[in-house]
Design a protein around this ligand. Structure first.
Ligand code: NAI
Length: 295
């Protein structure tokens, strides 16, 4: 396998394209927005420079990585030679079903269609194609060039052969793949999101404050980041959407999102990306400051 197409050049897509190109694959990055591609290219250059400065990548390897990357706004042109497509477009079911229907028409017959979705059923996405045996979840973690885990998610019809190919490929990217089955939240988010939700409930019920809750989990459980800070980093809207998938998918009230989380998202307090969540964010500052409301 040599030709990889990544769909969506946002937070995850640029990292996925970066890693495949760095490890020798020919990568086409497709996005509907030229501006997103320009930004993705700039981010990849910046992240490669960081690797060069740290001494983990040579200047020559950086140049070779960039030479293996191309950018495309036309889906059909972007996938015509693909042996694997990794879809990392916006997390929206209708959009993903449309993309996979199109990919099934446009990509070569043998091409594997993978999705980086955090929460949408792989089986459902696969059902939008006539090749459900070749549809699989390849769930990278953010930031992709740094994080070692790839959750490899088997849909109901994913073949053993395709699963094995994606497990092997992940190892070639120097990642550690873990095979999981397709149930709501897979493994990572099924465990992470209830923890984040419980941290928010702990704050909501006045058991303790933002910094205190995060400190307990950082110092007590050796987590590198507290759950409230992590929620801000992931995006509170994203956390809420995943909790709703768990709640709906299992029909179990234990996954019901905390009303405080719902209110914050409704009020547009989405975490770091909106400038405020549990913490307040000032561009250019790395200092962690609790949002005024929670002081
Ligand atoms: P993002 O919003 O940063 O980027 C999405 C990109 O998709 C945008 O550049 C947008 O222009 C593009 N796009 C939208 N429709 C498209 C189409 N029809 N064709 C091609 N490109 C299209 O989103 P992000 O955060 O990178 O998420 C992408 C996927 O990765 C989602 O499925 C998300 O659940 C998943 N994910 C996100 C993680 C995160 O921490 N942000 C972690 C793991 C998975």
């Amino acid at each position: 396998m040599q030709n990889i197409t990544v769909i969506g050049g946002g937070t995850m897509g640029n990292g996925i394209a970066h890693v495949f190109a760095q490890f020798g694959y020919t990568v086409t990055l497709v996005d509907v927005a030229q501006a997103a591609l320009d930004k993705a290219q700039a981010t990849i250059v910046k992240n490669l420079d960081r690797q060069v400065n740290k001494g983990t990548l040579s200047e020559a390897d950086k140049a070779a990585t960039l030479a293996r990357l191309s950018f495309q706004t036309d889906l059909a042109a972007g996938v015509q030679h693909a042996e694997l497509v990794v879809e990392a477009a916006t997390e929206n079911v209708t959009l993903k079903l449309k993309i996979f229907g199109d990919l099934d028409q446009m990509a070569p017959a043998g091409c594997i269609l993978a999705t980086n979705t955090s929460s949408i059923s792989i089986t459902k996405i696969a059902a939008a194609t006539k090749r459900p045996d070749k549809v699989i979840g390849m769930h990278f973690m953010n930031p992709v060039p740094v994080m070692k885990l790839v959750e490899v998610i088997r849909g109901y019809a994913t073949s053993n052969e395709v699963t094995q190919q994606i497990m092997d490929l992940s190892r070639r990217l120097e990642k550690v793949p873990v095979e999981v089955n397709d149930y709501p939240g897979f493994v990572a988010n099924r465990i992470l999101m209830p923890m984040i939700n419980e941290a928010i409930y702990t704050l909501y019920e006045g058991v303790s404050g933002v910094e205190e809750i995060d400190t307990v989990m950082k110092l007590g459980m050796a987590h590198p980041m507290g759950p409230l800070q992590l929620a801000d980093f992931i995006g509170l809207d994203v956390c809420l959407a995943i909790l709703r998938v768990l709640h709906e998918g299992f029909g179990n009230p234990k996954y019901a999102p905390c009303p405080l989380l719902v209110n914050m998202v409704t009020a547009g307090k989405l975490g770091a990306k909106s400038g405020e969540g549990f913490y307040a964010y000032t561009p250019g500052s790395k200092e962690l400051v609790v949002a005024e409301r929670f002081r």
